[in-house]
Design a protein. Structure first.
Length: 308
């Protein structure tokens, strides 16, 4: 998939590379789903490209990077069904960097979801990040730098990524096959993140909005069963839960804005919705930064909402 947006960041990295000033360890940090890892792949192509204007995207090395088959480029990320990137992965990456390049003039390592690196994995990478044994570029891609050890952050040049602008988001959504009506519906909920836009589209198409509304309304009866039903409606995977918490927050914010502007709700109802939004925001923060037990988090969130 082509890279859309982040033009200033991409040009800055390319300029540093041409001038041989690119740091050997980079930390790409920013909101999820905005294309950070696509830019990281673009940097890998920049390093191995044999075309006239790197990264050309058309030469054999560029194509093999896109296919994840280039011998001098190694990809790593959160394994399916796992909560963290383990120390064995970190040790494998260290061994890869120590080997002599096969084709390119240096090695490239891309670590997606770096916020999920275990403490042991982060410690295992410290020396490699500080001074790779061979020539290498190591890129950590994280939704938030705060989950990484200070010793890891200090060894990387941090590059901040911002959400896409509305025109850029619209362009990506068209590339992803959304029609104008779908894009119009999900764009206000996505906050410049195509990843969030796709998750919101899936929720809209599945009818989850109505189920979420009904499950929240059911919490008012004070029954534990209703809390369990709400917890179950949040889903089990991190992506599902994050999308549903985001969508529910957007629904409540929209209702709150409308009730305040129209004066349809009294002070008690408005206060209740504000407290509900606070609980949802706390749950989203825990999910994003702490890697919690998701079923327990969903149940705890449901019980907090039920007590409001």
């Amino acid at each position: 998939m082509r890279v859309v947006g982040h033009q200033a960041v991409r040009e800055s990295i390319a300029q540093r590379y041409r001038e041989d000033r690119l740091a050997h360890a980079l930390l790409f940090a920013g909101p999820p789903g905005i294309g950070k890892f696509l830019v990281a792949i673009d940097v890998a192509r920049l390093v191995v490209c044999t075309g006239k204007k790197p990264p050309c995207g058309e030469c054999d090395p560029c194509r093999r990077v896109a296919a994840r088959s280039h011998p001098d480029v190694r990809f790593a990320g959160l394994p399916p069904g796992k909560k963290e990137i383990g120390v064995d992965t970190a040790r494998d990456l260290k061994r890869f960097v120590q080997l002599k390049s096969v084709e390119a003039h240096c090695k490239v390592v891309l670590i997606d979801d770096a916020q999920h690196l275990s403490i042991a994995a982060q410690n295992a990478l410290l020396k490699t990040l500080e001074e790779p044994p061979g020539k290498a570029v190591i890129i950590l891609v994280a939704d938030g730098a705060g989950s990484l050890l200070p010793t890891v952050r200090s060894r990387c040049q941090r590059i901040a990524f911002a959400p896409l602008s509305h025109p850029e988001l619209a362009e990506v959504l068209r590339d992803l096959g959304l029609d104008d009506a779908e894009a119009e519906a999900v764009a206000p909920l996505s906050h410049g993140s195509p990843g969030r836009a796709l998750a919101m589209r899936d929720l809209l198409q599945s009818g989850d909005i109505d189920r979420l509304r009904d499950s929240v309304a059911g919490l008012g009866d004070g029954r534990y069963r209703s809390a369990l039903e709400f917890a179950d409606s949040l889903g089990r995977s991190e992506q599902e839960m994050a999308a549903r918490l985001e969508l529910l927050g957007e629904i409540l914010q929209s209702e709150l804005r409308r009730s305040v502007l129209d004066g349809t709700d009294d002070t008690e109802v408005v206060g209740r919705k504000v407290r509900q939004l606070t609980v949802l925001a706390e749950a989203r923060q825990l999910l994003r930064r702490r890697n919690p037990n998701r079923p327990l988090l969903a149940e705890a969130t449901a019980l907090k909402l039920a007590r409001i």
